[in-house]
Design a protein around this ligand. Structure first.
Ligand code: ADP
Length: 160
């Protein structure tokens, strides 16, 4: 089975990596897909996010890293993959994810959304928390890999 793991990944955290590694054991091919959102300026550019994910997942031979614009269902059709992976951290994720899964199903009935329960160690972790802690000068080494931590430092030193 081939799956897509979509998200903003601004930046990649240990929570994302945990999901990617677990998927890598269960599925034949995982496409980590960075959503290009023109309406929202992120901290990292799309290219930077892709580079960080590639660098961090290079030990996983069945992981591919790509970006997409527009509707996820159109991207899913384009790469001929109809399973979407979503990570669930807390009940707060559930409402939105359920709505998205049902909307996507309505738009493209062949699409299935699989939910993976977050690793308990990382259930508090989000890219926003990482950015906030980092901007305020906190230690994020327990939240993100070293390459991401270093990139955050460079961004923040450069005035974002
Ligand atoms: P965020 O900005 O909220 O960290 P993204 O949009 O980059 O998240 O998330 C992409 C996917 O990864 C979503 O399915 C999200 O639920 C999941 N995810 C994010 N953080 C974690 C985590 N700590 N554990 C498990 N799944 C996560």
């Amino acid at each position: 089975m081939k799956v897509i793991y979509p998200g903003s990944f601004d930046p990649l955290t240990y929570g994302h990596i945990d999901i990617i590694e677990r998927c890598s054991e269960q599925f034949e091919l995982i496409t980590v897909a960075v959503l290009i959102n023109n309406a929202k300026v992120g901290l990292f550019t799309t290219q930077e996010r892709l580079d960080l994910i590639r660098e961090t997942t290079k030990h996983l031979k069945n992981v591919r890293v790509d970006s997409f614009r527009g509707l996820l269902i159109d991207y899913a059709k384009k790469i001929d993959t109809n399973i979407i992976i979503k990570g669930l951290r807390a009940v707060s994720d559930f409402e939105y994810e359920m709505q998205m899964a049902l909307a996507n199903k309505k738009l493209y009935p062949k699409l299935e959304t699989f939910f993976m329960v977050s690793n308990m160690k990382y259930s508090f972790l989000s890219s926003s928390i990482v950015k906030e802690v980092s901007i305020l000068g906190g230690d994020v080494s327990g939240f993100v890999p070293k390459v991401v931590e270093d990139s955050l430092k460079v961004k923040i030193k450069g005035g974002l």
